[in-house]
Design a protein. Structure first.
Length: 169
């Protein structure tokens, strides 16, 4: 991994004690940024190829997922630069979001590959729209979610930057 100083200008990986949990959160933040950019590209590709008539449910779920992903990418970014006990509440919410999102990502992946059909949510895309969805949702989205979940769990369960004498446990 690049030295801590390489990321100082963007405020990433700047925790006073950079632990494995902080590194996971920093990587999750970077993957989250990739997800946000690739998701926007996917929307453009899908609109160009298949048009704008995805159905209200698909648009609502897509926009909600994008906003949540954007918000939690920022939270992961912040977590990578804070002491785990100072950002405990934020890490708890990242953990909850990532746990729920992991299940949604599995369902989304199954729908993208045509294993699950749920036409009231969306119709399985084809061609360029399918491939752009695979890159944004499966590759970046799933990696972002899993890395955020692992990082949050590490920082919540076994924070290595906290003096055991200072904990309430």
């Amino acid at each position: 991994m690049a030295p801590k100083e390489a990321f100082s200008s963007i405020g990433l990986f700047q925790a006073p004690v950079l632990t494995a949990g902080h590194r996971c959160m920093g990587v999750a933040a970077l993957l989250g940024a990739c997800f946000v950019v690739s998701h926007l590209a996917t929307v453009v590709v899908t609109c160009v190829v298949e048009g704008f008539n995805w159905g209200v449910n698909a648009w609502i779920l897509d926009i909600m997922g994008f906003i949540a992903g954007f918000f939690f990418a920022i939270q992961c970014w912040l977590s990578s630069s804070r002491k785990s006990d100072d950002f405990r509440n934020g890490n708890t919410w990242i953990c909850v979001w990532a746990f729920v999102t992991f299940g949604v990502r599995i369902l989304d992946t199954l729908m993208l590959f045509g294993v699950v059909k749920w036409s009231t949510v969306y119709i399985t895309p084809v061609g360029a729209a399918l491939w752009s969805n695979i890159v944004s949702e499966v590759v970046f989205g799933m990696a972002f979610t899993v890395t955020a979940l692992v990082g949050a769990l590490v920082l919540l369960i076994c924070p290595q930057d906290v003096d055991p004498a200072q904990t309430d446990n």
